[in-house]
Design a protein around this ligand. Sequence first.
Ligand SMILES: Nc1ncnc2c1ncn2[C@@H]1O[C@H](COP(=O)(O)OP(=O)(O)OP(=O)(O)O)[C@@H](O)[C@H]1O
Length: 528
Amino acid sequence: MSATAEKFRSISPAEFFYRNKEIAGFANPARALYQAVRELVENALDATDAHGILPNIEVSIERDSVKQYVYRISVKDNGIGIPEKYIPEAFGKVLFSSKYVLRQTRGLFGLGAKMVILYGQMTVGEPAEIISAAINSRRIYSYRIMIDVRENKPIIVSKGVWPNNTGWHGTMVKVAIEGDWSRAKQKILDYIKRTAIVTPYANIVFKTPDGEIYTYLRVTETIPPPPRETKPHPHGVDLELIKTMISETKAQRLIDFISEEFQGVGNVIAERFLTKYGFDPSKDPKTLSKEELELLVKALKEFNEFRKPRADHLSPIGAELIKIGLNSILKPEFVDAVTRKPVVYEGHSIIVEVGIAYGGSIQPSEEVVLLRYANKIPLLYDEKSDVAWKVVSENIDWSYYGIVFPAPLAILVHICGTKIPYKGVGKESIAEVPVIEKEIEEGVRQVARSLKLYLARKQKEEEMMRKAVTIIKYVPEVARNLAVLSKANPVRIDEKELEMKIFELVKHKYGEYLNNISSPYDIVIGIE
Ligand SMILES: Nc1ncnc2c1ncn2[C@@H]1O[C@H](COP(=O)(O)OP(=O)(O)OP(=O)(O)O)[C@@H](O)[C@H]1O
């Protein structure tokens, strides 16, 4: 038997994702349509709110009149735009991004927009169109682009330039892909709605292939402080990172390298650290041996006198905005939210935020309605494998908080940070990292306690109301009887007047529960 020789070759990142589109969320036409909208909307939001611009986002999906499986997606924003020289690669080279820095953005992998274009190319074959003007650009550029999968580079099909007379800035991306609107519709509508909940400062207009228009208008002009780039924390480094940092640093002494390139390290601490572990502070970091580098990484992770990672570069939504968002979209009877203090995960700060909404327009259901977010991205798939699901369904005993299912209860969990432990590049669920799980649990308990107080107060009010109503119910009768008895009395008593007098007495005692009741007759009708 003759063995055939194995054929070896390497493939480009574009080809890898072309072959494995499922791992990026493009498993079938329905999922792909959802994922495409998501990737483009997230880029639009990153280009606006992460730069302090109040977002105006227009999303449209149109069905091709002949090929019914073809959908044309267009997403337009008023963001910072893309400098012309980067447009082709930003949309035509897989793993090309402006977000490979330590900054809290929705985008992370340098993949999303390219996957949409690649998927469109595989299923429909039309080039994608990108129209963009960077801030202060005197021209608007338009590129029609395809991706050279083998070479992982953009193919520019055509290019246009216009004068930017109105000072417009922003980006519009148009791409045709195979989709399945009927199966994706609910998820896409949910996605847009959940995005609107955490961006109450955005205008979002969504035009569906059925000709419906969903509009989420800005309800506040308050926008979270934009995220800022930060430096790595010593506890988060590994051998590879330290090598890169050393190759890029301008510092010529170890002490300068440690104090300048890391966050949370001043000169004094850097010196104490280096002395403790026997490093010469004036040594050139570029001359460290392999063994010394290994020792340095171990020591950086171990030394516990560095300041904790800072979190002022992060951009949490904030409890007030969460409450505004939940109120305006879910219209509940009760809402509360909390932004927890930062915690540290592998040398990165993480902030967990939790919101709660109860009653009102929320439909009672057998389970908590869980609204999950990471860096302001709504996560809709793989709910059951997410750490937040574990917390609300396993760790919390809701009966302790006075909740009996079915209940009209929604919990919002937002995790933000420069490193999020997503379970995959599709960014749909978050791993069960103990420190994050604990924070979510504490946050949920905090807002659940506030709901419990509200429900207890409401129950007491209802009891008092019932009591007052029961008493008042008899007012007319007691008054009549008193009037009859008083007939023997020479002084004439007006029956009506007496009823009102007794009613006023009762109202005086229970007045705060009887705001809408001005006469005993209102009650008699109302209570049965
Ligand atoms: N609407 C937009 N406005 C401004 N810049 C954009 C826009 N869309 C994309 N870009 C630029 O193109 C780059 C590539 O986008 P892409 O969606 O491929 O990856 P990403 O957003 O960096 O990461 P991820 O794969 O996690 O979404 C972005 O980093 C950004 O610089």
